[in-house]
Ligand binder design. Structure first.
Ligand SMILES: *Cc1c(COP(=O)(O)O)cnc(C)c1O
Length: 416
């Protein structure tokens, strides 16, 4: 199951990564459908006492194969753009299981969401609520709206992935939420259906969730006293995963916090996990191009770059790197670096790692979330294939882009 060594050779489920590399070339992403399914089911299982919907956060990995696998299991989707909404619908996620989040939705995107009659639009400002109202009236429809509130709690995570503090751009300020609910309740284009919160990503402590959910419960009670009764409480995503030595809370422990803070409200609970569904179901497989020594330092130069996986460069993220063929020889200390013309193109600094030879394969672990999703063609490098394995089976769920495809939108100005 998932990723493991069989006789010193690394496998994805029943599929040899060496064989896959021969088949599709390197670098490539490899996803385990078994791990993906089990991650989703952990949430389903933990939340089964509630009326709940797991809305997978598509931005973590928008691959159609990934989304279709989840949709088939009954998973919903949290989208942050009309593009993600399009993919989610294509994958078979029903509109009434789609939540639309994001601080800057365009009028076109809102129009799409309202026409599709999705489960809820999480609005983040007065201006957005007014815009939704206007569009809905023009369409002769009512939009299902929740307010994303900013609970002003510190998620105790990396600054670039903290979203629930007052100084972040996200959500409606806590003190402005009640007046905005009152105003929205009187708008004819708006059906107020919920409240939403999302405080950050890669949370390893439940306490910030507990603070935020407690504040949400208070808000829901206050609103009910005013006759504003909401159906949905959307708790966002953010549960962390183990990249190195982290000890993330389990789905059960998370569910216990939901029970403790919101259990007696008997609402429809929505969760929007991204990373914790797809993070550890994916790896990035890369080939060693060269090894070199400069002074005391060892460098392992691989064919994947920061354009394929930007997390180390962007968030100082740690990814475990394993040799696909393990030899059991004494490790060295080396930097594992990509070929991009940027000093930040480093996957691991001073890493203790088995020495590898030119041409050998390395697996960069836990790359399923914010990996392919954030990749680019910087240095005019093709987007790499994404391969999904299922037992002994595999499918290239996105092929490598060709140079023709990369140039297809370009043109030479007519004055040349
Ligand atoms: C990014 C995001 C998520 C998912 O966060 P993870 O840390 O990947 O679980 C959920 N909800 C919203 C609104 C987001 O922006």
């Amino acid at each position: 199951m998932c990723f493991k060594y069989q006789d010193e050779e690394f496998f994805a489920e029943g599929v040899s990564l060496k064989k896959l590399a021969q088949e599709v070339g390197t670098p490539f992403y490899c996803y385990s459908s078994d791990k993906l399914t089990r991650n989703f089911q952990s949430y389903q299982q933990a939340l089964k006492e509630f009326n709940s919907t797991v809305c997978y956060s598509v931005k973590a990995n928008p691959n159609l194969g990934v989304l279709s696998t989840l949709a088939r299991q009954g998973c919903g989707a949290d989208v942050v753009s009309a593009g993600e909404m399009y993919v989610a619908l294509k994958a078979g996620v029903p509109a009434d299981k789609i939540v639309f989040s994001g601080v800057g939705k365009t009028q076109e995107e809102l129009t799409q969401a309202i026409k599709n009659q999705i489960l809820q639009i999480n609005a983040e400002s007065v201006a957005e609520v007014e815009t939704i109202n206007r569009i809905a009236i023009d369409l002769g429809l009512k939009a299902n709206v929740a307010l994303r509130v900013n609970p002003d709690v510190d998620a105790l995570t990396h600054v670039k992935i903290t979203t629930g503090k007052k100084e972040n751009k996200f959500g409606v300020d806590w003190d402005d939420a009640l007046p905005l609910y009152r105003a929205a309740a009187r708008m004819p284009g708006i059906r107020l259906v919920g409240i939403a919160v999302h405080i950050g990503s890669q949370l390893l402590d439940l306490q910030p969730f507990r603070f935020a959910f407690t504040k949400i419960a208070q808000m829901v009670r206050t609103l009910e006293q005013e006759g504003i009764v909401l159906d949905n409480i959307d708790l966002g995503g953010g549960l962390g995963i183990n990249y190195n030595v982290e000890l993330p809370p389990t789905c059960e422990a998370y569910a216990a916090v939901v029970r403790e803070t919101l259990g007696d409200l008997n609402k429809h609970i929505i969760v929007e996990p991204g990373r914790s569904i797809v993070g550890n179901m994916g790896i990035l497989v890369t080939r060693v191009l060269y090894t070199k020594q400069m002074g005391e330092k060892n460098f392992i130069i691989v064919d994947a770059g920061m354009n394929d996986l930007v997390r180390p460069a962007m968030y100082d993220a740690w990814h475990t790197i394993l040799p696909v063929q393990r030899r059991g020889v004494a490790p060295i200390i080396a930097d594992v670096v990509g070929p991009i013309c940027e000093s930040g193109d480093v996957f691991a600094k001073d890493r203790i790692i088995e020495p590898v030879q030119q041409g050998e394969l390395l697996a960069i672990m836990c790359a399923g979330a914010y990996g392919a999703a954030m990749s680019s063609i910087y240095n005019f490098r093709p987007l790499v294939p994404e391969v999904m394995v299922h037992g002994d089976n595999f499918c290239v769920v996105r092929r490598r882009t060709s140079y023709e495809e990369m140039l297809s939108g370009h043109c030479v100005p007519q004055w040349l």
